[in-house]
Ligand binder design. Structure first.
Ligand SMILES: Cc1cc2nc3c(=O)[nH]c(=O)nc-3n(C[C@H](O)[C@H](O)[C@H](O)COP(=O)(O)O)c2cc1C
Length: 191
């Protein structure tokens, strides 16, 4: 059963607020790809905008530049091995969807490939072209045009990390294939 529900765009920044490692999906015509990215963050509330660092040498960068769009999917702990593999291989030499048996649906607005099985959420993003910055930086700015999340872990605009949804909890890269998962939540008290 699929538990994904649309996320209101005003809440989209919360999906990446805590710095999850993400899977960046891309497509241009018949070409498609997916890679891991540890560096992503919200940058604007309205319209919702995010930034993701996509190395210029990646196949992902080539496809994103060609189509002007990408997807951002948040893998849960159950996908840690897959995430590392997707960040250690290039789509220039293999179709990672076929190689790793990844199923993807098409984004509702831009048609980007989106992963749901094992993921906590996704955002479909339109690239904001910044010609003066593109030569100097690998940071890609984008507007979020659609978002959805698994209601077992993100609902009503809020994350809920619990023992019963550990498999869906987001992962955060420490380096060298080591991750920490979100889940040790604590609530700040008023001082
Ligand atoms: C956990 C993890 C996090 C990564 N984070 C980033 C990142 O934030 N930005 C980036 O450009 N590459 C990052 N990489 C490296 C890319 O995923 C890697 O270069 C990938 O092979 C590119 O694939 P592609 O050529 O198919 O696009 C990361 C790799 C791993 C394993």
């Amino acid at each position: 059963m699929n538990h994904f529900q649309p996320v209101a765009l005003e809440h989209a920044s919360r999906l990446v607020n805590h710095g999850p490692t993400v899977l960046v999906t891309s497509a241009d015509g018949a070409r498609r790809n997916v890679m891991a990215a540890a560096w992503s963050m919200p940058v604007e509330f309205t319209p919702p905008r995010i930034a993701v660092v996509i190395d210029k040498r990646t196949y992902t960068c080539e496809l994103v530049a060609a189509s002007g769009a990408f997807g951002v999917c948040l893998p849960g702990t159950a996908l840690a091995d897959l995430t590392y593999a997707l960040g250690s291989t290039s789509g220039r030499t293999l179709d990672k969807f076929e190689r790793y048996g990844i199923g993807a649906s098409r984004g509702p607005v831009l048609g980007m490939p989106l992963l749901e099985a094992g993921c906590a959420a996704w955002l479909e993003c339109r690239l904001i072209r910044e010609p003066h910055a593109e030569d100097a930086y690998d940071t890609c700015f984008a507007e979020v045009v659609a978002a959805a999340a698994d209601a077992r872990i993100f609902a009503g605009g809020h994350w809920s990390f619990r023992e019963d949804n550990a498999d869906l909890q987001t992962i955060h890269h420490l380096g060298g294939g080591n991750f920490v998962r979100a889940g040790g939540t604590l609530r700040a008290r008023q001082l």
